[in-house]
Design a protein around this ligand. Structure first.
Ligand SMILES: Cc1ncc(COP(=O)(O)O)c(C=O)c1O
Length: 460
């Protein structure tokens, strides 16, 4: 383990040489990065020996927890057997064949073919290209517009970032790429009108798709894209009425449907894919993160027969691919990871044990003076921090209080992330009651500490 001297040195070198994703580099320079050195089961350890309960599965990723020897062993064996070969120009290898078969079995019925990448962003870029290519093949090249939602996160590449609906991402370094539109997200707590029920709001939010289709001309629309539950946007759980109405509109206009399951795939909602939980019928599902529980990078798009058949019907190739598409080591690790999930019944356990335990734990904070709403679905949860519970009024400077709260969590040895003033959690699927009890104690303490810091700003 790294000692204190080494920690200081690592922080200095990190500040000098490492540019971090989604990080304020000026404050990183003064404060220094956290150095994480080890993980085991549901815990990680920092370089000063502090044990931290990871309520975010790394980054919505480590569904089987840390330190799984079987995953390391399978990677080692695959590296000795065939560490790399490409899948371009009609070549394949056993791990990618076996994984494709497994994913086709786990995915909804009509999705049978997989195109691979290494990150969720790449998977979504592939999906965007496949969607537009499909309409070209169908002789409708005008259909280019993809309608997504505000606050969606689909990745950081230019195309995936444009399909995403985060204004701070758009504002930063590039204009939104042509051909993407963003409608309201199904966020009842933040977007509904006074007295509007979740059901009524869900229908209204879904119908925004129809309004947008008509506004831009149905003949120009290629697809709708959405995360079944918006994750990085703040764990926004759509009302029950939302997805059926949205699916009806997608069907009515015959556009393609891309479900971004980079977070919700591989068990988060108690089904292999959230599409199965909601009964929606996407034409494409993008996945990444938990397919390997993060032990090595892997992502992909599972494609419906409609698109697969269109590709097969044309002799011209799809001019797209990544060196690491279907990387053999990543595929071998994914297969073992999915086998572990199956053997330990981690997916059904979400409905039977972990999901109800998370819901029960979060419900205990509903009456806390800072908490506007505590919600969860499966093992995805959120707590809204507000200045006025009654009116849902937020604190001034969005994100300030969330950051105070998040920093208390770090100091108390628990990781929960903040999205502005919404605290979000996505525990690994292996948590037992012991971890839920531990988290409950820390959350209670941290909410009190945060309340203490901002008490003067609360509604009387
Ligand atoms: C829903 C969703 N899509 C895509 C991505 C991008 O994945 P990556 O960071 O692997 O590029 C993320 C990342 O968090 C995500 O949450």
């Amino acid at each position: 383990m790294t000692n204190r001297y080494q920690t200081t040195q690592l922080r200095e070198l990190d500040a000098l040489h490492h540019l971090h994703p989604f990080t304020d580099h000026s404050s990183l320079r003064t404060g220094g990065a956290r150095v994480i050195v080890r993980g085991e089961g549901p815990y990680i350890w920092d370089s000063e020996g502090k044990r931290i309960l990871d309520g975010m599965s790394g980054l919505w990723t480590a569904n089987v927890g840390y330190g799984r020897k079987e995953l390391a062993e399978v990677a080692y064996a695959q590296m000795l057997e065939l560490p790399f070969y490409n899948t371009f120009f009609g070549t394949t290898h056993p791990p990618v064949v076996r994984l494709s078969r497994t994913l086709a079995e786990l995915a909804p019925d009509n999705l049978n073919q997989v195109f691979y990448g290494s990150s969720g962003s790449e998977a979504n870029d592939t999906a965007i290209r496949l969607i537009r290519h499909y309409w070209m093949l169908k002789g409708e090249p005008k259909r280019r517009i993809i309608i997504s939602r505000k606050n969606a996160y689909h990745g950081s590449t230019i195309a995936a970032g444009s399909m995403g609906g985060m204004s701070h991402v758009h504002a930063h370094s590039y204009p939104v790429y042509e051909g993407f539109r963003h409608i309201i997200d199904p966020y009842w707590y933040g977007e509904s009108e006074d007295g509007e029920s979740p059901e009524a709001f869900g229908i209204r939010a879904a119908r925004a798709l129809e309004d947008e289709i008509l506004a831009v001309g149905a003949e120009n629309v290629a697809a709708f894209a959405g995360e079944p539950v918006q994750g990085a946007g703040g764990v926004k759980i759509p009302p029950e009425s939302y997805w059926p109405e949205l699916q009806r509109i997608v069907d009515k206009y015959g556009i393609l449907f891309l479900a971004d399951e980079v977070i919700t795939g591989f068990g988060r909602l108690g089904t292999w894919f959230a599409s199965q939980h909601y009964g929606i019928k996407p034409d494409l599902i993008t996945f990444a993160k938990a397919v390997t529980s993060g032990y090595v990078p892997l992502s992909g798009v599972i494609v419906g027969d409609k698109i697969g058949d269109a590709l097969m019907a044309h002799p011209d190739g799809f001019h797209h691919g990544y060196t690491f598409s279907g990387h053999p080591v990543a595929c071998a690790v994914a297969l073992k990871n999915l086998e572990i999930m199956e053997q330990e019944r981690l997916v059904p356990r979400v409905k039977e044990v972990t999901g109800p335990a998370l819901a029960k734990m979060l419900a205990k904070f509903k009456d806390h003076p800072l908490v506007g709403e505590a919600r969860s679905i499966g093992v995805l949860g959120a707590i809204e921090l507000v200045a006025d519970k009654r009116t849902r009024r937020r604190f001034a400077e969005p994100g300030r209080v969330g950051l105070i709260c998040r920093d208390h969590f770090f100091r108390e040895g628990f990781i929960m992330r903040h999205v502005f003033d919404t605290m979000v959690t996505a525990p690994p699927l292996i948590w037992t009651q012991e971890q839920f009890d531990e988290a409950e104690v820390v959350i209670g303490r941290v909410l009190d500490l945060t309340l203490n810091d901002v008490a003067g700003e609360l509604a009387a």
